[in-house]
Design a protein around this ligand. Structure first.
Ligand SMILES: [Zn+2]
Ligand SMILES: [Zn+2]
Length: 288
């Protein structure tokens, strides 16, 4: 049985609702991956998580369980959690995985996001069973997937994930908030790039940060993000069949993203890459 991937949020940094962003979407990162079992896997908890929560509540009344893999704890990757309705329902159970940041535990960071100073309901008041598990680079066996985590070039401790369906099938990699170009000082080894390529080798689909266009990247070196061309180069190097541009720049409306996608497809064709290039859009689904 295949696994289904669905995008609930594709935007970087801040939600960008409005008529200019309806096609690619204005919610911040959230992707659901459903395997053959009952336990759902969720990648990141940006504002897109709210709509996923509504769908889950509508379709399955109780006993909902999911693993939530957080890439890192910048707002755009955790801000949906306080609005994820299934957390308020007793009988549901969730496990949130991610790295500690700057010596502060993951649980403490999630608690602070719901501190009374900034949010009316504290994390501990939520009725569902919530387990917070700190992880680092390495392997993580989950219900329907074997997950590998890899440290990215981004501020704080940011993890990219590769999911291998346990029942067999194609792999997907989720690598966002990652600087592929020069610039920035990140605590990664000199062979980071070749290790990353090996980490991704042969994955069927690569979802990768492609926030900045060619016009702006030189001014944004060191900010922890990549260009669509850099994402495509990496996917080709790692032998991925498909790349999905992700973490869209808030200043890019739908027309700008159309142009960026067309330009990137053209670049990939000129480079002779045998892969397909798409831009992730809210509501987009595909099977692994
Ligand atoms: Zn981000
Ligand atoms: Zn970030």
């Amino acid at each position: 049985m295949s696994c289904r991937v669905r995008f609930w949020g594709t935007r970087g940094s801040i939600p960008t609702p409005g008529p200019q962003t309806v096609r690619y979407g204005g919610n911040t990162p959230c992707i659901s991956v459903s395997g053959p079992g009952d336990r759902l896997l969720i990648l990141d908890a940006g504002s897109g998580l709210r709509a996923l929560g509504h769908e889950l509540m509508a379709s399955r009344r109780e006993g909902l369980s999911a693993d939530i893999l957080v890439s890192h704890t910048h707002w755009d990757h955790i801000q949906g959690l306080p609005f994820f309705k299934p957390l308020s329902a007793p009988g549901n159970s969730f496990c949130i995985f991610g790295a500690a940041q700057e010596g502060v535990s993951l649980e403490e960071i999630l608690r602070r996001q719901m501190d009374p100073m900034v949010f009316p309901i504290p994390l501990k008041a939520l009725a569902a069973r919530i387990q917070v598990v700190e992880i680092a680079e390495g392997e993580l066996p989950l219900a329907d997937f074997r997950v590998s985590a890899f440290r990215l070039r981004h501020s704080g401790t940011t993890l990219g994930y590769r999911l291998r369906p346990s029942a067999g099938g194609r792999d997907i990699a989720y690598v966002t908030d990652n600087e592929l170009g020069p610039g920035g000082t990140y605590p990664v080894a000199p062979d980071w790039r070749s290790r990353l390529t090996r980490f991704l080798a042969g994955a069927d689909a690569l979802i990768h940060d492609a926030m900045y266009g060619e016009q702006i990247i030189e001014a944004r070196r060191g900010w922890g993000h990549s260009t669509p061309r850099e994402a495509v180069d990496l996917a080709a190097e790692a032998g991925c069949r498909r790349v999905l541009l992700f973490h869209h720049e808030p200043e890019h409306d739908d027309d700008a993203l159309d142009r960026l996608l067309a330009e990137t497809r053209d670049y990939a064709a000129r480079a002779g890459y045998a892969l397909s290039v798409d831009a992730a859009a809210e509501g987009m689904e595909f099977d692994l």
